[in-house]
Design a protein around this ligand. Structure first.
Ligand code: ZN
Length: 191
């Protein structure tokens, strides 16, 4: 986790600012192990293996956990690169084009192993935050850690630990896998 991500984080419970309490392990610019704390309610959130963890999988309803587990399996086991992936992704984003990403702060809801997050960063986004509930975040972090403008966060898509600071959010093939997609939309905590 890069320290500048703190500017985009908010407590998923109360909406307060998130501070770095301490870091016990750094690797270059990345905080690998540490503890984040909410300025307002004092809740603590861990940084584990470079990824800030706002979701406690043990406390999430079973259906959501099952969704996350399936995705985690899919993303951590699917390693084959598709040469047409870039093109396919742009097809899904239509009418948005590559150039649209330049200079913007972007959120990917359900980043899996981080391929779209990486592409958005390569297309010139100022910052890209990829969030996911599943263990795809481990691969996503490994894939994007050397890019100065990408951030991976493990959290519940319906309880985002983020400020309303994003220019654009996209989600590819995630919401329709949740138990009741019509009921859901993105939420940030009220401030
Ligand atoms: Zn809080």
């Amino acid at each position: 986790m890069k320290e500048k991500l703190l500017d985009l984080l908010a407590c998923p419970t109360c909406g307060g600012d998130i501070l770095l309490a301490y870091a016990s392990k750094y690797d270059d610019r990345e905080i690998i192990e540490g503890v984040l704390t909410c300025k307002k309610c004092d809740r603590e959130y861990k940084v584990v293996r470079g990824v800030p963890r706002f979701a406690d999988l043990g406390k999430i309803e079973e259906d959501k956990a099952a969704t996350a587990e399936n995705f985690g399996w899919q993303w951590t086991n699917f390693t084959q690169e598709d040469p047409k992936y870039n093109e396919q992704f742009l097809g899904w984003l239509q009418p948005v084009k590559k150039e649209f990403f330049e200079g913007k702060v972007i959120l990917e809801g359900g980043c899996g192993k981080g391929r779209h997050t990486k592409l958005a960063a390569e297309w010139g986004a100022t910052e890209v935050v990829g969030i996911d509930l599943g263990d795809g975040v481990e691969s996503a972090f490994a894939l994007t850690r050397n890019m100065p403008n990408t951030h991976i966060v493990q959290c519940d898509i319906f309880k985002l630990p983020l400020k309303k600071a994003f220019d654009y959010a996209f989600s590819v093939g995630v919401l329709h896998h949740t138990p009741d997609p019509k009921r859901h939309s993105f939420h940030s905590p009220e401030r």
